[in-house]
Design a protein around this ligand. Structure first.
Ligand SMILES: [Zn+2]
Length: 89
């Protein structure tokens, strides 16, 4: 999976609490936001792991799904794949 095309991205200045960050390939929920997250490019301290996903750590590389190892759910500087809104920038 490569970075999503612009016509498939929803611009949002923040993500509401309860947004599920999701794998676009295997449809697993990876993290859920525990408070409103401003789109400054990090989710550190603002997300809870779902299932057996590892705790979120800050990083500047694309993040692959811990379940299938294929799906990329986050591209810096802040493209994320969500259950509720699809790709969000
Ligand atoms: Zn996956």
């Amino acid at each position: 999976m490569s970075r999503p095309p612009h016509d498939q991205i929803t611009p949002m200045s923040s993500l509401p609490s309860g947004t599920v960050l999701y794998c676009p390939d295997c449809d697993m929920g990876i993290y859920i936001t525990t408070r409103k997250v401003e789109r400054d490019g990090t989710f550190e301290g603002a997300v809870r792991s779902l299932a057996d996903a590892p705790e979120y750590k800050r990083g500047s590389s694309p993040k692959r799904c811990p379940f299938c190892g294929t799906g990329v759910w986050w591209y810096p500087p802040g493209y994320v794949y969500t259950l509720q809104y699809g790709w969000v920038a």
